[in-house]
Design a protein around this ligand. Sequence first.
Ligand code: NAP
Length: 254
Amino acid sequence: MTTTDEDAGRQVVVVTGASRGIGAAVARLAGARGYAVAVNYHRDASAAAGVVRAIESAGGRALAIQGDVAREDDVVALFDRAVQQLGPVTALVNNAGAAGRPGRLDALTADDLWRLLGINVAGTILCAREAVRRMSRQAGGRGGVIVNVSSAAARLGGAGEWVHYAATKGAVDAFTIGLAREVAADGIRVSAVRPGLIETEIHAGDPGRLARLAPLVPARRVGTPDEVAEAILWLLSPAASYTIGAILDVSGGR
Ligand code: NAP
C-alpha cells in the first residue's frame, strides 16, 4: 500500500496499543467512521491482525504496525510507516498503557517502575512528539488532533493497588494540559479521556478486581471499551473543535 491522490483529505489515525481492549475498540470505531487506521501493537500480532481484518471486512482501511512505544526508534518508525502506507497522519490516540502487578508501593520493583514510566509516560510523550512534528502547521503540516488516554486513577490515587500507575497517569494529565496550550495555535487540538473501571485484560493481574469494585461505581457497573471509544471518537471529531486541553472522565461517575 502506498499513498495516492485519493489520500488527500483522508483522515488517518494512529492508535497505539490497538490490538486489545480500549485501543482495539477505538481502532474499529475509527475504521467504521471513515478513518484509515494504523493499528499499533507490541506483542500480540495475531490480535492486531484480527482488528485489521474486522476493519477491512466492514469496508475500512487499516494496517497493523508493531512497535514498542517506550522505544524512540520504534515510535519514529511507526509514524513513518503510517504516513508512507496510509497518508499524512491527522490524528493520534495515545492509548498504549500498562498497569503492572497490583500491590502496595513497598512491593514495587524498580524494573516494574521503569517499565510503566517508559510505556505510560515516555511512550505517550514520544508518540505525541512525532505527531506534532508531522501535524504542526508551522512545520508545513495540516494540523490534527491528539487524544491521550489517562485514567481515573490520576484523580483517585490508586492507594493499596498501584500508586505508581496512578502517578504515571497524573503525568499524562499534566502533559495534556501543557501540550494543548503549546500547540493549539499550530492547529493541533490535544485532550484526554480518563476511563474508570473498564472490562479489559489490564485487570488480569487481579481477576476479581472488576466484580469487587463494580458496586462502588455510581453507575453500579463497569464500563465497556466501546463506551470509552465513543468518547474518544467525539474528541477526535470536528464536533469537538473548541474542546482543547479537556480531560473527559468516562468512569460511570466514579
Ligand atoms: P489492555 O487490554 O491490557 O491492552 C493494552 C494494549 O496496549 C495492548 O494492545 C498492548 O499490545 C498495548 N501495549 C502494551 N505495552 C505496549 C508497548 N510498550 N508499546 C505498544 N503497545 C503496548 O489495556 P486497556 O485496558 O485497553 O488499556 C488501554 C489504556 O487505557 C491504557 O493506557 C490504560 O492505562 C488505560 N486505562 C484502562 C482502564 C481499564 O479499566 N481498562 C482504566 C483507565 C485507564 P499487545 O497486546 O501487543 O501487547
